[in-house]
Design a protein around this ligand. Structure first.
Ligand code: AP5
Length: 190
């Protein structure tokens, strides 16, 4: 398979999809095409067919082995896609049983990423964004829990770098500075 494989992660509500969407539009204008793939959507399509969830927010509540199976199927399907791709996903998923690695060995072996980006911002800003997003069923947690999740994502990403040899980049997406985050993302992806 040819092309660059970039994995973009961030805790729910950090705004990774907003940064990705605008970055892809800007790169398209420059003649650098990227296709954006949402890992959760690939998992959800299978889960929906199997009638095991009603919405995508229910997937993180499924038992560990079912989530693993869905991860495996999603990564195999995504690995078949050619060209420059951005994979919008999670470094870890907060499940009722604890943090589940979003990019375990069987996913990384399929995806073979060149780069993993962690989109981050202050936890209180993420909490505010979650509370104002009526379109999703977000977990209710305090800013300290959100910070713990962001810290865990940095820790687990170090393991992903060791395993694949890919590089890890942090990009900040603070309130009112989406444009700055996009500029940084475009520079990395160009
Ligand atoms: P997914 O669809 O990726 O869910 P999510 O993390 O909730 O993603 P969103 O796209 O909704 O959040 P976002 O942070 O990108 O926010 P947005 O840009 O909308 O995954 C769904 C499920 O799939 C997961 O829960 C999991 O179960 C499963 N899954 C996925 N990958 C998996 C894996 N590898 N392994 C196992 N399971 C996996 O922005 C949020 C809000 O912030 C918006 O209102 C936006 O306007 C606002 N905003 C953004 N930027 C700014 C800014 N700079 N200033 C002010 N407001 C801003």
């Amino acid at each position: 398979m040819t092309g660059k494989k970039v994995i973009i992660t961030g805790v729910p509500g950090v705004g990774k999809t907003s940064v990705i969407t605008e970055s892809i539009r800007r790169l398209e204008e420059e003649g650098v095409p990227y296709q954006s793939i949402n890992f959760g959507t690939f998992m959800f399509e299978v889960a929906q067919k199997e009638n095991i969830v009603k919405d995508r927010d229910e997937m993180r509540k499924l038992d560990k082995n079912t989530q693993k199976r869905l991860q495996q199927l999603a990564s195999q399907a995504i690995a078949r896609i050619d060209g420059n791709i951005i994979i919008d996903t999670h470094a870890s998923v907060k499940t009722p049983a604890g943090f589940l690695a979003g990019l375990p060995e069987w996913v990384l072996k399929e995806l073979k990423p060149d780069l993993i980006i962690l989109v981050e911002t202050d936890s209180d800003q993420i909490l505010k964004r979650r509370l104002s997003d009526a379109s999703r069923i977000r977990d209710i947690e305090g800013y300290k829990d959100i910070q713990d999740h962001q810290d865990f994502n940095r820790a687990v990403s170090a393991a992903y770098a060791m395993f694949t040899g890919c590089t890890i980049r942090y990009i900040k997406n603070p309130d009112f500075l989406l444009e700055k985050a996009v500029e940084e993302m475009v520079q990395v992806l160009r």
